[in-house]
Design a protein around this ligand. Structure first.
Ligand code: G4P
Length: 292
């Protein structure tokens, strides 16, 4: 799928990270717990000079609770990496972040050697929400726009623990097509950068195979899992359009409207708790992309 996002985000943010990174002990990468592989920046290690990294699987309240532990294990098996799950309802995120970062850089601490942490992540992953919770106030969003990239906002989480925010950042080229669909479905990519019907079809193709009962419950399809899995993805979208009244005059279905409905239902978790990839699936997609 051709997703055209504005690479300026990346260039200006890369510059901003480059200016700060020499004084950083730990990098926090906020990931979307519904796409823990696809929402990770493949260039992060290079951008941050291979600093110890805390992967925070955010929005775990809307991810599949049966899948999140496997993703945490997957990341925790890496050297210099810790992974935790988080969501907006967490009442003590600061404590959990501080503890996890201290494990990654035990040599830092005390006023003489304060812990210096950089937080980054793709757009819409919940970074502003988390920072507002941490600071206890609504801060201006660190601009996702090219040009608004100064990392001047230092957040003091503890006497000897400082955090710097960065703008939401994607990377210039999607090498894993499945990741492109998932990033678009999650809302990380601006609406003008992709075709909604195409993304909704890809989303449905995955949900058919892995979350058919949730589709049946939401859209009252009247089919069992095998019946839903047997539908061609555009047949499924057509059926959803009819069930949800996305029909134009003359009885023709409005597939664009149905696609928007499906995406909204996924993003708002009305469909239920869903994770769009497992570690083995993501590894297989990554391997296939490298061969090409
Ligand atoms: P960003 O700065 O990384 O771009 O993301 P932001 O905090 O603006 O959050 C993007 C959307 O994700 C917001 O929803 C926010 O409420 C939601 N969100 C953030 N953290 C969590 C979480 O842990 N769990 C869930 N379920 N949602 C989370 P929105 O609908 O775009 O805005 P709003 O109507 O909530 O303000």
């Amino acid at each position: 799928m051709a997703i055209q996002w504005f690479p300026g985000h990346m260039h200006s943010t890369r510059k901003a990270i480059g200016e700060r990174i020499k004084d950083i002990d730990v990098v926090i990468e906020l990931l979307d717990a519904r796409l823990p592989g696809s929402s990770a920046n493949p260039l992060l290690a290079e951008l941050t000079g291979h600093r110890p990294t805390l992967k925070v699987l955010n929005k775990q309240d809307v991810a599949d609770a049966a899948r999140t532990p496997a993703w945490l294990d997957w990341y925790n098996a890496r050297p210099d990496t810790r992974a935790i799950g988080l969501d907006a309802s967490d009442t003590a995120p600061a404590r959990r972040l501080i503890d996890a970062c201290r494990q990654l850089a035990p040599q830092r601490g005390g006023m003489a050697k304060p812990m210096r942490v950089l937080i980054c992540g793709i757009p819409n992953v919940g970074k502003s929400t988390l920072i507002n919770t941490l600071t206890g106030k609504t801060q201006a969003k660190t601009g996702d726009e090219a040009g608004i990239t100064k990392l001047e906002q230092r957040i003091v989480l503890d006497d000897d623990f400082y955090l710097w925010d960065t703008p939401g950042m994607l990377w210039p080229r999607i090498t894993i097509p499945e990741s492109g669909y998932k990033l678009a479905a999650s809302g990380a990519v601006g609406r003008n950068a992709y075709d909604e019907e195409e993304v909704a079809l890809a989303l449905l193709a995955y949900l058919q195979r892995h979350y058919a009962p949730l589709l049946d419950a939401r859209y009252r399809l009247g089919l069992d899992a095998a019946g839903i899995a047997a539908l061609h993805d555009d047949e499924l979208l057509t059926l959803i359009a009819r069930k949800r009244g996305a029909v134009m005059s003359g009885g023709r279905v409005n597939l664009q409207k149905a696609a928007e409905l499906v995406m909204t239902d996924f993003r708002s978790a009305i469909l239920g708790r869903i994770t769009l990839e497992t570690p083995p699936e993501f590894e297989a997609w990554s391997a296939a992309a490298q061969v090409q």
